[in-house]
Design a protein around this ligand. Sequence first.
Ligand code: C2O
Ligand code: CU
Ligand code: CU
Length: 469
Amino acid sequence: MKRRKFLTSTSAALATAGVLFQSSARLASAQGQGPLTRLAMPPLLDTRATSRLSLATQAGSSGFLGGPSTPTAGFNQEYLGPTIVLQNGELAAEVQNTLDEPISAHWHGLLVPGEHDGGPHLPIAPGATWQPEMTIAQDPATIWYHSHIHERTAEQVYFGLAGVIHVTDGEDDARGLPSTYGVDDLTLVLQDRRFDASGRMVYNPSMMNRMHGFTGNRMLVNGQAGATAVVPHGIVRLRLLNGSNARIYTLFFDDTQPMHLVATDGGFLPAPVALDTLRLAPGERAEILVDFSGDGAPVLMSDPSQAYGVLQFGTDATLPTRITHLPDQLDGVLEDLLGAEVANRQFSLDMGMGGMMRGGGGFAINGRPFDMRRINFDVALGTVERWHVRSSMVAHPFHVHGVRFRVLTENGAPPRPENTGWKDTVLIPGEAEILARFDQPASDTTPFMFHCHILEHEDAGMMGQFTVT
Ligand code: C2O
Ligand code: CU
Ligand code: CU
């Protein structure tokens, strides 16, 4: 069997820290004898009974590899946050900031007005509490939350201020979908992180890292390194979030079994779509079904051309197998917005005038770096617009607040399968056209953002803002 590696430092010190990836062959033979660390899910925070959501930032420290620890931060815990379950209806949220710097709580993928969006115009000062009273009204989806302070987002998310949200309608049984959290319905936050020779997690972007985005040398899943996801012998649902600052994954299973895509950023597809590889850029989510009825211990890998391990799976026959067949149909409705658009806009994801000359950042949209005091444009509430977005030089994942959109074309052709559903973030290696209806209002005091979701690019100015009135 070909030798695989996780994202691993080449440093001998790291290797001797006992953190090297075990190949699946070794792991399978080690089952039952060696200690196997089971991947843990983030704790569940179900708001459905109370219609209340209470989050508080918490400073902590985590020694991810069992080595020296790094100061980290999370929501209600020391790194990352709970998986929040929301249903449609009223939600009284409160987010308390106990850290000594401002943070925000942006609900990435939640369709709420600008005043509840938690972007850079809604900082929560140290010691303060933000209490948005929100109305949730959207299709079931896997979305997420993270801090979004201008010029601080990359570092704050890197050290832990992020978590997953499940918007649910309680109808997954009727859809034939696995829904037992942590058993046949796994939430997986994929993050690469950089560890130094002593095994300490570091964030020390060089000029080059700021240019290309900061990538790591180890994979963490739900904040854990080297853990095994143990699943029943049946169909398992994986809710994947790329919570990395800059790394783009092209996911596949080493045993070449297909992944059945059932949901994209904004909700379910009309029917599962079988994929051999799944591309996931920072900020994107995908829900896939995988058949674990075989006896193998497959590894979720990334990057067919330079493969590395992302997550080891193992099966446990004592876990209940609830779903054994793929659903034929799902109830996702993909509205065709074509022909309804009242405006066209062009966006070029590029360097500002002067580019790298200006103080080491220099990312921009249409040649202008982000300026918190400048509203770039206004969209008429309730209308559909067609946006043409082009990346110059490298591929940028483009994200828009306050909407879910359809991808009309990618480089002039129909979108790739991953991008056929509802999206709020899409990787743009060349150019793409997207269509969105803007149903959420946003004023000039709390406008919506549009930006590259490579967090170093966003912080360096590849962002703009718009109102919806
Ligand atoms: Cu995930 Cu503007 O953010
Ligand atoms: Cu967002
Ligand atoms: Cu970018």
